[in-house]
Design a protein around this ligand. Structure first.
Ligand code: SAM
Length: 369
């Protein structure tokens, strides 16, 4: 079965690695496009949804083809065999359009929806019901430049970065799927000290703790779209293979504001990892630790010009303070020029620098030593 997963553009290789570790055979990685193509079976689909930490969605690829006009999209979708949809099930098309076309994504949704209905009826079935709010089956039709991808969404409208533990809503939280990818990039091992000196609501530390204890990222969720299609048994089977541990981890979070720190503790409790993260109110520019193996952090970006000076001071202060205490640093920021300039001036070695698209923003991830 051909499958594709969506992930954060710029972190596809990290996701591809994770997919392989979970038993998928990666066939193609589209760098910068946030897509990884692979092969596997239904069990893998369930595993990827329940266990993958860096993915956004998992789709079964029904068709990928070049097209020229809107009518071609109708034809391509109509040729697909939709007999996996039960006659009493509803469906919805979720269209996406990237590039220049003389039609909108609404048009894509309309023609693809009609094509599904016609295809099903012509192969002897009923007229399928459309339900845009709570469909049983979601078909994703992604029109990307001159190609159309048709996929059966096995995840659903709630993407996998939504973990369910975020009770306290920080004003600038990091996407947990990206947080996990950063921890993976850092090469952190369970017996090492990991510090996030600007931890906000604790996402990076919570993800690290869940990783270190083998807690499934979707432990709090069972409403995947694939359960609506194939039933709960396939998910229960995957759950049987998971062995969580209660290993004691060395995770430290520093945050300037008490309000966020309190929120981080609440989120950690909901995630079931509060006992293994130490939260300290403090200043990232005056680190209170004697040593840390790894820093993984998501500092403020200060998107408003007026705050640029503050960001420069903060980045320099943090990097200066970490020098000699920390072995390696993974940092994500939209203010990458400032970060790079300060890191180089302080004699850090930039081991890696990659562009990551995050919520429409160009950010960079650095691995420093
Ligand atoms: N990764 C976090 C999350 O998912 O919730 C969000 C981090 S947010 C982008 C940056 C955080 O750095 C904010 O919570 C801010 O209060 C904190 N911060 C800013 N300056 C700081 C400093 N000097 N020391 C410690 N924390 C600081």
């Amino acid at each position: 079965m051909r499958i594709y997963a969506t992930t954060t553009p710029g972190l596809e290789d990290v996701s591809a690695n994770e997919i392989e570790l979970l038993g998928g055979k990666v066939e193609e990685v589209r760098f910068g496009k946030g897509r990884v193509f692979l092969t596997g079976d239904l069990e893998l689909v369930a595993k990827l949804n329940y266990l993958a930490r860096t993915l956004e969605r998992v789709m079964i690829l029904l068709r990928v083809e070049k097209f020229e006009k809107l009518d071609d999209i109708y034809r391509i979708v109509k040729e697909i065999d939709f007999s996996f949809i039960k006659p009493n099930q509803s469906f919805a098309i979720r269209p996406l359009r990237v590039g220049n076309h003389d039609f909108t994504s609404l048009d894509v949704g309309r023609v693809a929806g009609q094509a599904v209905i016609d295809s099903y009826m012509e192969s002897g079935g009923v007229r399928l019901k459309v339900n845009l709010d709570e469909p049983d089956v979601i078909i994703r039709v992604d029109v990307i430049n001159d190609e159309v991808y048709v996929g059966l969404d096995t995840t659903g409208d709630i993407a996998l970065h939504r973990r369910g533990y975020r009770v306290y809503d920080h004003p600038a939280p990091l996407n947990p799927a990206i947080a996990s990818a950063l921890v993976m990039l850092s090469g952190w091992k369970c017996d090492e000290i990991l510090l996030d000196p600007m931890c906000g609501s604790g996402t990076i530390l919570i993800e690290s703790a869940m990783m270190g204890r083998n807690i499934p990222p979707q432990k709090l969720r069972d409403d995947f779209q694939f359960v609506k299609i194939w039933g709960k048994e396939i998910l229960e089977d995957v759950k049987k293979y998971v062995t969580e541990s209660d290993v004691d981890l060395n995770l430290v979070g520093i945050e300037r504001f008490r309000k966020h720190l309190k929120g981080a503790k609440i989120n950690s409790e909901v995630a079931g990892v509060a006992d293994t993260i130490d939260y300290v109110q403090g200043d990232a520019t005056k680190l209170c630790l004697k040593t840390a193996d790894v820093v993984v952090t998501n500092p403020p970006y200060g998107l408003r010009i007026a705050r640029k000076g503050m960001i420069e001071e903060l980045y320099e202060g943090f990097l200066r303070s970490a020098k000699g205490i920390v072995d390696r640093i993974v940092v994500i920021t939209a203010e990458y020029r400032i970060l790079k300039e300060k890191a180089e001036a302080l004699g850090y070695v930039i081991e890696e620098e990659r562009l990551v698209k995050y919520g429409g923003l160009d950010t960079k991830v650095f691995v420093l030593r």
